[in-house]
Design a binder for this molecule. Sequence first.
Ligand SMILES: [Zn+2]
Ligand SMILES: [Zn+2]
Length: 272
Amino acid sequence: MKIKFYGTRGSIAVANKDAYKYGGNTTCLYIESASGEPIVIDAGTGIRSLGMHLLEAKKEKINVLFTHYHWDHIQGFMFFAPIFLKSKIISLYGAKRKMTIKKALSYQMTRPFFPAEVSVLPANISFYVLSDGMNIGGVQINTIANNHPDFTLGLKFTENGRSFCFLTDNELMAKDANTKYKDFVKFIKGSEFFIHDAQYTDDIYEKRLGWGHSTFNQVIKLAQDAGVKKVLFTHHDHGSTDSFIDNIVNALVEKHKDLSIEAAADGKAIEL
Ligand SMILES: [Zn+2]
Ligand SMILES: [Zn+2]
């Protein structure tokens, strides 16, 4: 699998000079299977530039998976260029909880909020339920229910026996959790690496209990408990500057020399 970040910011996009290194776009992750099949995760604002890349790469069949339907994970969809081309075959996958993906996107793309409705888009668009154990282009996808307001799916991707997990918008230590901490440990165990929401520091978290996000230290604990040596933080808070994130990551790297610790950044690519 080839993996590339197109958006790593949480809640709202930012365009400040001091957020240039990690990027200002909201969540969008790109996976390309060994056979070349495109799998897009979430349609945050980062999906705009991914759309341009997919046009250049002449990808005709595109899959888009949605972890959940909060604004920062769907707001780029209307600017995803392939949806405006007749030749493109686009499969959209979302959980059928509270609302279907079709309804969620239709709410967003309705007048007077946006002039083009989902039903008039030229691409050949189909809607599917994102379910545990499904396979797209040779990549197996497993899901776990994250702890987040409304709902969010955590995802594991496996191809040729190698896995990574993507858990954005997840409160690992939530009281009244849907999913217990030990089940997240089990879910990521055996993965080559995992990407996890680390929107807060421990201090800020105390004032944001129940908001559905985790801290840098909680994510490190998860890596240690699951024995996964490589971890990337994502869903960076809109108020976090590059130097703020750098200081936290540098201190953790110094403290945990047995782990590979990084903050995900727009444009960063990983091969698995
Ligand atoms: Zn989010
Ligand atoms: Zn969310």
